[in-house]
Design a protein around this ligand. Structure first.
Ligand SMILES: [Zn+2]
Length: 368
């Protein structure tokens, strides 16, 4: 079975307006390009085309998410407010989520695109899939947008998988450099969705992502935060996967695995301070595919989140697509030798201490 891809040109038309980095232009801030702009995503898609991997993927046409699907995760009030803002002249969805007129419809198409991909994987139309959607979703909360995200794309798709396809155990592994606070909130008391976020310690949102937040009520133990020290490279992440992520997944035994795939944990990212390279993303994809094979009949879906290095995201993304599809293209990552040799790329003692302290979280994960 082939690998599915969700893509729509309109994703590139989500308008984050003038900013410098992520600070809106105005006052002493000279208007410049917002860091969350179409380039990284478009260049990844272009690389897939250029190396001809595109032709071997199954292209899935996204549909918009419905009002009922959105309100599984978001308050009606919030959804109505976004629609009204979008119909007017755009605005800000909450905290650091600038968007232009018509942004609501594009955000619906992103959430619906993740549902489309999840459905294609679940029904075996494709073996696995990657939703190259925009805007991202993992920071969006029940009643406000945050961190460039309007709606919780992954959370909305997980609800759909459960409600329509009866998938009662879903795992979300978030390797974006920022905490997946929105996905955490959506399932904090829900034992059916295991949420695991690996992120740079106290980065964004700064008041969330603590390892002490492990879920509550019926969902106790089903939320794992792995806050890694800034400067963590492939060795530190690999150790976290082997020590916490994979054992937790094997204990939970998901019927479907979703990766919230942000490439801002890459070494060249202008926002993140972590040091991953394409081989690391390739290896983590391989590891997660192995778990999905064991417990979920191979059902794995990557969903695009952040990643702001226009130069490097395409190579990290290609590595994930190659691994998902089992097709190795002729493309070599031209940055890989340089990045692999960076000081601190291996597991460092303080990173090991951090990860070791999280081992007990594995035993608290609810087993079937
Ligand atoms: Zn991010």
């Amino acid at each position: 079975m082939s690998t599915g891809i969700v893509w729509d040109e309109r994703y590139m038309w989500w308008d984050t307006r003038h900013a410098a980095g992520f600070i809106p232009a105005g006052g002493w801030v000279e208007p410049d390009e917002h860091v969350e702009n179409p380039r990284t995503k478009r260049r990844l898609k272009n690389l897939l085309d250029a190396c001809e991997l595109s032709e071997q993927l199954t292209w899935l046409r996204p549909r918009p998410a419905t009002w009922a699907e959105l309100t599984q995760v978001h308050e009606v009030d919030y959804v109505e407010r976004m629609k009204a803002l979008s119909d007017d002249n755009g605005g800000d969805a909450g905290e650091l989520v600038p968007f232009g007129p018509g942004g609501f419809e594009i955000a619906l198409l992103a959430a619906g695109g993740v549902i489309t991909a999840a459905e294609a994987v679940q029904t075996r139309r494709v073996g696995n899939a990657y939703a190259l959607t925009r805007p991202p979703g993992h920071h969006a909360e029940r009643a406000r947008g945050r961190g460039f995200c309007m709606f919780g794309n992954v959370a909305i798709a997980a609800h759909h998988l459960r409600a329509v396809h009866g998938v009662d155990r879903i795992a979300v592994v978030d390797w974006d450099v920022h905490h997946g606070n929105g996905t955490e909130q959506a399932f904090y008391s829900d034992p059916g969705v295991l949420t695991i976020s690996l992120h740079q310690d106290r980065y964004y949102p700064q008041d969330s992502g603590s390892a002490q937040h492990t879920g509550d009520g019926a969902g106790a133990g089903a939320n794992i935060n792995i806050p890694l020290p800034p400067g963590t490279g492939a060795g530190g992440y690999e150790y976290a996967f082997e020590t916490v992520v994979l054992p937790a997944l094997r204990r939970f035994r998901p019927g479907f695995v979703v990766v919230a795939s942000g490439f801002d944990s890459g070494a060249l990212d202008p926002l993140g301070r972590q040091m991953l390279h394409s081989e690391a993303y390739r290896q983590f994809t391989r590891m997660l595919m192995a778990v999905a094979d064991e417990t979920a009949g191979g059902r794995l879906l990557g969903v695009h989140e952040g990643g702001y290095s226009a130069a490097y995201v395409p190579f990290c993304g290609l590595a994930v697509f190659e691994e998902l599809s089992g097709i190795r293209t002729k493309v070599e990552d031209p940055f890989l030798d340089f990045l692999s040799a960076l000081g601190g790329m291996d597991l460092q003692p303080h990173q090991k201490d951090t990860v070791d302290s999280l081992r007990p979280l594995v035993d608290r994960v609810p087993a079937p």
